[in-house]
Design a protein around this ligand. Structure first.
Ligand code: GLA
Length: 363
């Protein structure tokens, strides 16, 4: 009997590039997700097909190697990571269907690896622990596909609960479900459709820069610098870029903690200035925004959004804007007009619904 699991994409509410600095993040799962339907087969081969891709991929279960560059690597990477952990895999048929936009910073890749990992786990009765599932899905992306990402996306896709944001300490991987009830506010997600130009190289550069800064400061990770120690840390760094990276990470960790406190207190409006401050820090210090992202944020703030920021890895993708629900249409129209004025592409938008993490569907 085939087994079907669906795993969602995510929006990161706040805490950008803090995950690989052992810091804090606050993502939530969205309604859009990826469904993997898996079944065993007897010929020792793995076939991966997707409704969204014309070319199915078929390989022998014991031959595939990292880094072929195919879209199917995300699915094959999960199997490869399972094999590395000693799982004896039979042949498999894997069918993928997804409504997470690709390349928009909504973690379509995490949705894919998490849907495949949870489906294969259930099909084969592996009973992997939550930590093992996280390790397998991270390894598929980091070691097989070769994307040096930080783990937030897979955690969000696996462990989110509907109506909550997921507060994670990325050092200990401890998580807390924080109620996220938007009340009469709407969190607009605006996909700017801006290309992630050079995003991989720029992401790696930020990651390496943060690691260099931590080494210069004599700490295991930038997480170990807090707001009180920021000025003296900056004075000990010899490079302006490393000072900017450090300032972003330290202040961003602080903003995550403040956002969690505001959510726990039910003070949603307090999120606004924190989101906007996060964007300014990513624009001026971490330098991972871009013309379309800045334009969307400015347009939202210009028509009275409580706050707005880019979300995800950067250099393209989505902006989130916290607006009063009755003004959501006006806010979106303001972004569309600003984009048309600057001859940018047409943005797409939806209202975010904090949703549940990976779950089984009826076969
Ligand atoms: C990408 C990565 C995550 C995280 C974010 C930035 O989404 O996959 O691990 O680093 O960028 O916060």
């Amino acid at each position: 009997m085939p087994v079907r699991w669906r795993a969602p994409g995510r929006v990161n509410l706040i805490g950008e590039h803090t995950d690989y600095n052992d810091g804090f993040v606050l993502p939530f799962a969205i309604e859009q997700g990826t469904t993997a339907t898996v079944d065993t087969r007897t010929d020792g081969r793995v076939a991966v097909a997707s409704t969204q891709r014309p070319e199915p991929v078929e390989v022998a279960v014991d031959t595939f190697r990292p880094g072929t560059g195919s879209w199917a690597d995300y699915a094959l990477g999960v199997l490869w990571a399972l094999r590395r952990r000693g799982v004896d895999l039979p042949g498999l048929t894997i069918s993928i269907d997804s409504d997470v936009p690709v390349g928009s910073g909504l973690s379509s890749s995490a949705a894919l690896v998490c849907s495949v990992a949870t489906a294969v786990d259930a099909l084969l009765g592996l009973e992997l622990s939550a930590d093992d599932l996280l390790a397998v899905t991270r390894s598929a992306e980091n070691d097989f596909v070769g994307a040096p990402t930080g783990g937030m996306d897979q955690l969000a896709s696996l462990r989110s609960e509907a109506g909550h944001a997921l507060f994670c300490d990325m050092r200990t991987l401890a998580t807390e479900q924080v109620p996220f009830d938007l009340g009469d506010l709407t969190l607009l997600v605006i996909d700017t459709r801006a290309e992630h130009r050079h995003a991989d190289g720029e992401y790696r550069r930020r990651r390496e820069g943060c690691e260099r800064a931590a080494r210069q400061l004599g700490v295991p990770a930038l997480r170990d610098i807090d707001a009180a120690g920021l000025q003296s840390a900056l004075a000990r760094l010899d490079d302006d870029e490393l000072r900017r990276f450090t300032r972003h990470i330290v202040t961003e960790n602080e903003r995550v903690l403040q956002t969690v406190a505001a959510l726990r207190a039910g003070e949603l409006a307090e999120l606004g200035p924190l989101l906007t401050a996060s964007h300014v820090s990513m624009r001026d210090d971490f330098r991972i925004t871009g013309p379309e992202l800045d334009c969307a944020v400015d347009a939202l703030l210009g028509v009275g959004a409580l706050g707005a920021r880019m979300t995800g890895g950067g250099f393209g993708g989505c902006v989130i804007g916290l607006v009063e629900t009755r003004t959501a249409d006006t806010a979106l129209a303001a972004v569309q007009t600003a984009f048309a004025d600057r001859a940018f592409g047409s943005p797409q938008a939806f209202a975010a619904v904090p949703s549940g993490g990976a779950h089984r569907l009826a076969s």
